[in-house]
Design a protein around this ligand. Sequence first.
Ligand SMILES: *Cc1c(COP(=O)(O)O)cnc(C)c1O
Length: 388
Amino acid sequence: MRPNPAHLLDHYKELTAIRDSGIYSNYGPVNTHFEQALTNRLFGGVGGCVTVCNATIGLMLAIREVVGEPVGGERRYALMPAFTFAATAHAALWAGLTPLLCDVDEETWLPCAASEEALLRRFAGRVALLVPYATFGNNLDLDRYERLSRAYDVPVVVDAAASLGSLDEGGRGFGTGCRHAIVYSMHVTKTFATAEGGVIYCADQERLARLRAMGNFGFGGPRTATMAGLNAKLTEIGALLALAKLREFEPLVERRAALAAAYRQLLPEFGFQRAIGRRCAYQFMPALISEAQAMRRAEVIAELDAKGIGVGQYFSPHLFEQPYFRERCVSGDLVVTDRLSRRALSLPIFDGMTREELELVCTAVREQLEVGVGVRRREATKMKQTVL
Ligand SMILES: *Cc1c(COP(=O)(O)O)cnc(C)c1O
């Protein structure tokens, strides 16, 4: 990754305006401007959003808002995929819930419907919450979660950490119109890069108002806590970074999608996620290598690193492979998760990445994995001819 937040040095006037206003945080004017601009630009003006200092805190707030106070006695579960980032499970544990881990779909890598529903039946009445993750920016079927929520009478909070910039079938920002809280990250490693930051989107204005109050010490009245709370506020400088990113965002997401398409084309031997919806926001290019190649993954990553190519392995280890979670989570069958996790190789995508750089990565990766040795020369010529 080559993080690319907006350059504060280019925003001297706006920085000066913050100093002159004397307002540095507490949902100030820059923050309000950003929330409105984001709702208009990415969600067609439908619903609203509240910023948070990071998506993990955003998940904690959103979960607490729907499940209420932790209670003793019988365990209550938060149903989530094992194929996600640690933050999803941490947020549920902070709310006093036990993460109940389901498997993911072989093709879309989104939470597997059959696995989710099997666990909902097996733990009937004890599942307090559904926390699906929109895997790597892929478009979850939010209508299905609405149906599940009604059928099983459970609330939903969506971890959409990587989804700012993703478009649904209708070309609207992922999440548009959803009455459940959807949590996005603006961490510097995400496509919508700031420094630390996040946003909770929701079409339900009352829920948003509660989340905003919870994010400000649970103050329902002036300096008076009327509900659970913590400090989740984004600074005005954080909001300025977010506003600046929003202005330059669209072409950056488009470019990343084009780079992702090029990876799919140039690495035909690799496995890729089936993308749903009109567009995915790519933080990096998640790919799958073969089981045999996976045995040498650590070595391959080290060799590429030595060549200056940073390659990751999201999400490996998956949640149930991490000691802290293994001791505290309950898991269903994770056959697909285990397989994806073993074979995962995340290839670089960054703003300003050129076609040549992408080809260089592909060549190096194929060399390390010893694929297509015979056809490499022919392929290389072909690659040069394809214009991105
Ligand atoms: C990045 C990420 C988060 C955490 O976001 P922060 O803003 O860094 O707290 C949570 N869940 C998933 C799936 C993520 O990828």
